[in-house]
Design a protein. Structure first.
Length: 559
C-alpha cells in the first residue's frame, strides 16, 4: 500500500537550481509581490478585517504554499472568492470564530490530501463552479457600491436584497468626489494593460488616485473622500503567534463554514495549478498541493491572517514574468514583508473609493459572464444547477450554495447514470448477430423455449435497474417457469443492485419461478459469490453464456 502523497515541488526544483533560474525567479517574485500588495489590502478590507491582515495572509500563506505546495509556480494568498464567506463568519462568530474556522479548514485540507482526494475534487461539476464564482462576483460588487460612490450611510445591511434597497434609498447621499475617484480607478485599471503589461493597473490606480486625493485635500479643501486611515488604524508591527482557545461547542458550530472554506480553497487552488500546468508544460501534485494549502491555512490565522488559496491571476503574473520554481513565490512573500515593515504607514492615505474600484474590476473578472451565458444553452439539468447555485450564493450564503449545489449535482449524476443502464425483454428468439456470448457457426438465432422469459441488462447494475425489471416483468402475459437474466454487458454491480437482484430472485421463487443468470463476468460473479447467490439460486443456475442458460431452462421446463 502506498504511503501518503506529499512531495513538495520545492525539493525537486532546487536540485538543479542555477543563477540564471534564480534571477528569473527573483524578477518574477518582485513583480508578483508588487501586484499582490493592492489586492491583499483590498481583499482584507472587503472581508471585514484590517488591511494589514490581508498583507500578513499574503506573506505567511504565500511563503508556506510555495515552500510546501505541489505546484512549481503557484502563488498563494487571500482571494476574492473568500470575501463573502469570511465576512459572513466575522459577522456571525467574530474574528476569533474566523481564526478557528480557518484552522479547521486547514486541517480539512490536509485530510483531503492525505486521503488522496486531490483528483476527485477537480471533478466537481463545472456548473457549480461557475454558479458560485459568478455569485461571489455579484456579491463582491454589491459590497463595494457604498465605497465606490462614497455613500453616507449609517449602516449597510448584510442581506443582499436589503443592501440594494438601502442603496436606492440613499442615492441622494452619493459623494461626487468619491464617485469620481472610484470610476477613475476603474478606468485606469482597464486601460493600464495597453500602456504596460508589467506594471499592474491596480497599483497604478492606487498610486495615482492617492496622490490626487492628497492634492485635493491639501489645495482644494476636499475632505469628503474617505481613506483607509479614516476607517482603520494602520500598524506595521509583526503580530505575535496566538493559538485561539478551542471548545467543542465552537468547533461544532464552525464545521459547516470551515468545510466551505476548505472546499472553496481546494477547488480554486487546484484549478489555478491546472491552468498553470498547461502554460508551463508541467504536472502539479494535487494531493501535495492540498496538504500545502492546509498547512498555510493553519499557520496564517495563528499570525492574524485570513483564509488563503492559490490565486490564478498572481500565478499567471508569476509565469508571464519568468517564474519557474517555488523560489519566485518565496521572493514574492519576502517583498511583501519588506513593504509591510517599511511602507505600511503610507497605506492610510489610499482612498476607499479607489480600493472599491480595484474590487469592482476583480468582480468583473470573476463573473465569468461568457461561461455563464454559454452554460445557459446546455441541458436543463445543468442550467438548473447553475442558476440554483448562483442565486443561493447571492441571496443566502456560499455555504448553503455549495452544499445544495453539490447535492443537486450528485442527484442529477445518479439520474443520468441510472439512465445509462437499459433493461429489455427478449421475445421468442435471440438474435446471434447482436454480439452473442459465443460463436454460433452458421446459426443466426436461438429459439426461446415456451414458459421461459429472457431479460438483458445493458450497463452497470445499480440503483434504478431493479425498478425497470419490475416494469418489464408485468408486460409478459402468463407466469413463466424460468427467468433468464443475461448479464454479459454488466461491467459491475453495486450493493443497491445486489439488493434489487436478490429481492427479484426471492419474489420469483415465491411464485415458483426459477431464475437463471447468463454471461456473468468474473468480477460480477465474484461479487455474487461473496453475497451468497450460488446458495440462493443454485450454482447450476449461474451460467457462463446463453447456450448453457437456455439448456438449463429446457431441463427445468421439461421436468
Amino acid at each position: 500500500m502506498k504511503t501518503f502523497d506529499f512531495k513538495p515541488k520545492m525539493f525537486s526544483a532546487i536540485k538543479n537550481y542555477n543563477k540564471q533560474t534564480f534571477m528569473a525567479d527573483l524578477m518574477a517574485g518582485v513583480i508578483v509581490g508588487i501586484v499582490a500588495l493592492p489586492l491583499a489590502i483590498a481583499f482584507g478590507i472587503a472581508s471585514g478585517v484590517s488591511p494589514e491582515k490581508g498583507i500578513i495572509t499574503a506573506i505567511v500563506a504565500g511563503f508556506v504554499i510555495s515552500a510546501l505546495g505541489g505546484s512549481k509556480v503557484q502563488i498563494g494568498g487571500p482571494t476574492g472568492a473568500f470575501i463573502v464567506i469570511v465576512a459572513g463568519i466575522i459577522n456571525q462568530y467574530g474574528m476569533q470564530g474566523l481564526t478557528i474556522a480557518t484552522l479547521m479548514a486547514g486541517v480539512f485540507l490536509i485530510g483531503f490530501g492525505l486521503l488522496r482526494l486531490g483528483t476527485i475534487i477537480k471533478y466537481i461539476p463545472y456548473p457549480i463552479i461557475v454558479g458560485f464564482t459568478s455569485g461571489i462576483a455579484v456579491t463582491i460588487f454589491t459590497t463595494q457600491v457604498k465605497d465606490l460612490l462614497g455613500m453616507q450611510m449609517a449602516e449597510v445591511p448584510s442581506d443582499f436584497i436589503e443592501k440594494w434597497i438601502a442603496y436606492f434609498q440613499n442615492l441622494t447621499h452619493i459623494d461626487p468626489w468619491s464617485t469620481g475617484v472610484g470610476l477613475a480607478s476603474v478606468a485606469i485599471i482597464a486601460t493600464a494593460p495597453k500602456l504596460s503589461k508589467r506594471i499592474p493597473g491596480s497599483l497604478i490606480a492606487i498610486i495615482v488616485m492617492t496622490v490626487v486625493v492628497l492634492l485635493l485635500k491639501q489645495y482644494a479643501g476636499v475632505t469628503s473622500i474617505e481613506t483607509i486611515g479614516d476607517r482603520f488604524s494602520i500598524s506595521s508591527e509583526l503580530p505575535n503567534a496566538v493559538v485561539p482557545e478551542l471548545t467543542w461547542e465552537t468547533i461544532k458550530g464552525l464545521v459547516a463554514p470551515a468545510l466551505t472554506i476548505a472546499i472553496l480553497g481546494a477547488i480554486e487552488s487546484l484549478l489555478s495549478a491546472t491552468v498553470a500546468d498547461g502554460v508551463i508544460g508541467d504536472h502539479h501534485n494535487s494531493n501535495t498541493e492540498l496538504i500545502g494549502q492546509g498547512v498555510a491555512n493553519i499557520v496564517s490565522p495563528i499570525f492574524g491572517g485570513i483564509p488563503a488559496t492559490g490565486a490564478i491571476a498572481r500565478t499567471m503574473t508569476n509565469i508571464n514574468n519568468g517564474g519557474r520554481t517555488p523560489i519566485a513565490g518565496i521572493v514574492h512573500a519576502v517583498v511583501l514583508l519588506l513593504i509591510f515593515l517599511f511602507l505600511m504607514p503610507l497605506a492610510q492615505y489610499i482612498p476607499m473609493a479607489c480600493l472599491a474600484g480595484v474590487l469592482v474590476v476583480v468582480s468583473y473578472g470573476m463573473s465569468g459572464w461568457r461561461s455563464f451565458s454559454a452554460l445557459m444553452r446546455n441541458p436543463k439539468s445543468d442550467v438548473t444547477v447553475l442558476l440554483l447555485t448562483f442565486f443561493l450564493t447571492i441571496i443566502f450564503d456560499l455555504t448553503i450554495a455549495i452544499e445544495v449545489g453539490i447535492v443537486c449535482a450528485c442527484l442529477l449524476f445518479m439520474k443520468r447514470m441510472s439512465e445509462t443502464t437499459d433493461v429489455k425483454a427478449v421475445y421468442d428468439e435471440i438474435d446471434l448477430n447482436e454480439d452473442a456470448d459465443m460463436e454460433r457457426g452458421n446459426l443466426d438465432h436461438l429459439t426461446i423455449p415456451a414458459d421461459v422469459e429472457v431479460y438483458e441488462i445493458n450497463g452497470p447494475y445499480f440503483f434504478g435497474a431493479g425498478n425497470k425489471f419490475e416494469d418489464l416483468m408485468g408486460r409478459f402475459g402468463d407466469r413463466p417457469k424460468v427467468r433468464i437474466i443475461r448479464m454479459r454487458k454488466v461491467p459491475f454491480i453495486d450493493s443497491t443492485g445486489l439488493h434489487n437482484l436478490e429481492n427479484m430472485c426471492l419474489m420469483s421463487q415465491k411464485e415458483g419461478i426459477t431464475v437463471v443468470l447468463s454471461g456473468v463476468n468474473e468480477k460480477v460473479e465474484a461479487v455474487l459469490n461473496r453475497n451468497g447467490f450460488p446458495k440462493l439460486l443454485g450454482e447450476e443456475n449461474i451460467c457462463n453464456h446463453i447456450d448453457l442458460a437456455l439448456a438449463r431452462a429446457r431441463d427445468i421446463v421439461e421436468k
